[in-house]
Each structure stands twice: as C-alpha cells, then as structure tokens.
Write a protein that binds this ligand. Structure first.
Ligand code: ATP
Ligand code: MG
Length: 137
C-alpha cells in the first residue's frame, strides 16, 4: 500500500468534507489527518524546492494565510493516482481537460488551486515526515 501526502489548501478549507468524500469514493484510505495553520517560514520550508521562483512569495503567503488540512493517503499507486484525481496545477486548464478533477471543481487560480499532492516516492516521504514526524513509514 503506497502512501502520499495530500493537502487541502486554505482556499478550499470550506470544501474539506466534500473533498474527503471524493477521496474515499476514489478508493483512498485516510491514514492520518491534521489541521494546521503554518507560519510563513514553515510554508517556505515545505515549498523549499520552489525558492527563487516568481511565485514563491505569493505561494508562501497563500499557504500561511489560513489553516490547511494535511492528509496521509493510502492506496495502491497512491502518489500517481492522487495527482491524477487532483488534476492539472491550473484550475482553468483542469476545467478544460479534466472537468471531474478536484482542481477543476474547487480551484480558483494558479496559486489557489485547492489541493496539493506529493510528486514522487522521495517527496512523499519528506512531506509525510514534515507534518507527521512521529509516523513510521
Ligand atoms: P502541488 O505541488 O501543490 O501539488 P503542482 O505540483 O501541480 O502543485 P508545482 O509546480 O509543484 O505544482 O507548484 C506548487 C504550487 O505553487 C502550485 O500548486 C500552485 O499553488 C503554485 N504555483 C505553481 N505554479 C505557479 C505559477 N506559475 N503561478 C502562481 N502559482 C503557482
Ligand atoms: Mg509540486
């Protein structure tokens, strides 16, 4: 059973129940979850790979602008399947190409795109440890 880290971002907190319903209906199990309000610096640490990019400052203030829900998802092929269920980064693109995806349904724009998902086995391990340091992987 593969694990991945999902985040319901601040712009979609009011849609959390509906998003979790879709997650479960798509065959994922919710192994752990935690609501947290990140400090700006913590948001920067989480997204360190994007340091220096044009949107980095925006991304940090968005991700620390309200509470988020970090969720450990379990499923066979969880990493790839969760990214597929999220849809493309840009919700406009998602609505055109994958209208049933979560970002198509709940995303607002390129930054406020409702959810996050780990993009590899290595980042899933790092990101799960970031929010659930006590969890055994
Ligand atoms: P995530 O990492 O959240 O799953 P992603 O992998 O599809 O999304 P990344 O390229 O890793 O996208 O970017 C991380 C996040 O930074 C995006 O989800 C989005 O919130 C924001 N972002 C990405 N590209 C842009 C951009 N060009 N302009 C503004 N914000 C962006
Ligand atoms: Mg990414």
């Amino acid at each position: 059973l593969e694990r991945t880290l999902a985040i319901i971002k601040p712009d979609a907190l009011q849609d959390a129940d509906e998003i979790r319903r879709i997650i479960k209906a798509s065959g994922f199990s919710i192994i752990a979850q935690r609501q947290i309000h990140l400090a700006t610096e913590q948001a920067g640490d989480f997204y360190a790979e994007h340091y220096g990019k044009m949107f980095f400052t925006n991304l940090m203030s968005f991700m620390s602008g309200g509470p988020i829900i970090a969720i450990v998802l379990g499923k066979k092929n969880a990493i790839e399947d969760w990214r597929k269920l999220m849809g493309p980064t840009n919700p406009m693109d998602a609505r055109e190409r994958f209208p049933d995806s979560i970002r198509a349904l709940f995303g607002k724009d390129q930054t406020q795109n409702s959810v996050h998902g780990s993009d590899s086995v290595a980042s899933a391990a790092r990101e799960i440890r970031f929010f659930f340091p006590q969890m055994i992987l």
